[in-house]
Design a protein around this ligand. Structure first.
Ligand SMILES: C[S@@+](CC[C@H](N)C(=O)[O-])C[C@H]1O[C@@H](n2cnc3c(N)ncnc32)[C@H](O)[C@@H]1O
Length: 233
């Protein structure tokens, strides 16, 4: 297994300087090639360039598969047909469509993002894939605005974008059905220049009134926690 140190030089897999990605790479100020503390304020989008395709390329980089283990993540979530899921900070839908397949046509996935361009990308893909169980939602920074209660709020690499996260999830708990869960995957310290320390995650969710249900250790770059509201039944 590669070390976290080595991983830190990759941005969503590779920052390979290929002819295809060269211009885009140059346009992206700090494409993850430099270590250091988060260089941005929370609540922002990673849309460094206007072109939707650029972001799509980055988030859907095939190299990501080698460390993101999407099938293993989906399996670990133990989703059932008919479930409703919110993909918080869905981006261009790396997980959205995998979640939608897992819950089937009787289920629903709300792709939640504050960036309308990300939602437009997902809408376009949903039409092309004929997946009617995916619905995009334009959220606001402090509230995911999920249209109905869900079985799972799932979020990958977006937690570090959120501000006042204890308050955010204290509020977001109202979007969970009784027995509903929150699953958070975010970069570990040292794995990427934007990250959330495990201790920070645990403390913030405790402050938000959640208890840790599961902690999966199989992702080489990210923490993967499953939490439930303390009063959940
Ligand atoms: C690094 S991307 C991750 C995208 C996707 N989850 C993935 O794994 O490919 C983070 C996403 O979170 C979104 N985001 C940032 N702040 C947000 C907020 N307060 N509410 C919802 N989405 C947010 C950004 O617009 C961006 O699309």
């Amino acid at each position: 297994m590669m070390t976290l140190r080595k991983h830190s030089f990759n941005r969503y897999g590779s920052c390979r300087v290929s002819a295809l990605l060269l211009l885009w790479t140059l346009a992206v100020a700090g494409c993850g090639m430099f270590d250091g503390p988060p260089a941005h304020s929370v609540g922002h989008s990673h849309k460094h360039i206007g072109a939707e395709e650029g972001t799509h390329l980055r988030y859907q980089d095939p190299d990501r598969y080698t460390w993101q283990y999407p099938e293993r993540v989906i399996k670990a979530l133990k989703l059932e047909s008919g479930m409703k899921v919110a993909d918080l900070g869905a981006g261009t839908g790396y997980f959205t469509f995998r979640l939608a397949e897992a819950v089937g046509t009787s289920g629903k996935v709300f792709a939640i993002d504050i960036d309308a361009e990300m939602n437009a990308s997902i809408d376009k893909q949903a039409v092309a894939k004929q997946m009617e169980n995916v619905k995009t939602v334009l959220a606001v920074a402090h509230d995911p605005l999920i249209p109905e209660q869900v079985d799972l709020i799932f979020s990958v690499n977006a937690y570090h974008h959120l501000k006042d996260r204890a308050a955010y999830f204290k509020n977001a708990a109202r979007y969970l059905k009784p027995g509903g869960r929150v699953a958070i995957i975010d970069f570990r310290e040292g794995a990427f220049r934007h990250f959330t320390k495990l201790q920070t995650l645990l403390e913030e969710f405790k402050a938000a009134g959640f208890t840790l249900d599961q902690q999966h250790g199989f992702l080489p770059r990210q923490n993967f926690l499953v939490l439930t509201p303390a009063q959940s039944g």
